[in-house]
Design a binder for this molecule. Structure first.
Ligand SMILES: [Zn+2]
Length: 179
């Protein structure tokens, strides 16, 4: 028996609100240039970095679960800004106006999006498990972010750390050719 049963019902609520901003505000004031306005001014964003949840192929994961993992690491809640589920639907993570917690040393100036998956069914071997629906959504989200922020770069976590994440090479993927 797996422990996943409870993860299914809370996902895909389009406006699932996790982590109120109070705590995250602390993190952002510590690690980003002083925000001048909380409501209208977005921090400069010039790069989108893709991640995977490092969970086994075919298994869904909710924003709530990711939020709990990241809180357990002492962060102020989910470190990613968007989550792409197996069926291509998207959940919001941390607001993009707030600095993320997704790649050591490169959270400033970037946003971090994650797709659910990235490991083979053995839960160990890195694997590009993206469904066609996820691939389509990832392209659409990337295009939207380029249009919104004028991104200079789209990359993967593994370009900045000796990790497999996101279990594919963004530079060789259509995602990496959008800018
Ligand atoms: Zn990552």
């Amino acid at each position: 028996m797996s422990t996943r049963a409870s993860s299914r019902c809370s996902r895909i609520r389009p406006s699932l609100n996790i982590a109120p901003t109070r705590r995250s505000a602390k993190l952002s004031s510590r690690s980003s240039p002083a925000p001048t306005s909380r409501t209208r001014t977005i921090r400069p964003i010039n790069e989108l970095i893709w991640h995977c949840t490092a969970t086994p192929e075919g298994r869904e994961i909710s924003v709530k679960e990711i939020d709990a993992w990241h809180r357990a690491r002492g962060w102020s809640g989910i470190g990613y800004h968007k989550v792409v589920h197996l069926d291509g639907t998207v959940s919001d993570g941390r607001p993009e106006a707030q600095i993320g917690a997704h790649v050591a040393g490169r959270n400033s100036g970037t946003i971090g999006y994650v797709y659910v998956g990235g490991l083979a069914k053995d839960a160990k071997t890195p694997k590009d498990t993206r469904t066609e629906a996820q691939k389509a959504t990832m392209m659409a989200l990337t295009r939207a972010a380029i249009a919104k922020y004028g991104l200079k770069r789209v990359s993967g976590h593994n370009q900045y750390a000796s990790k497999a994440c996101p279990s594919f090479d963004v530079r060789k993927d259509p995602l990496g050719r959008l800018v």
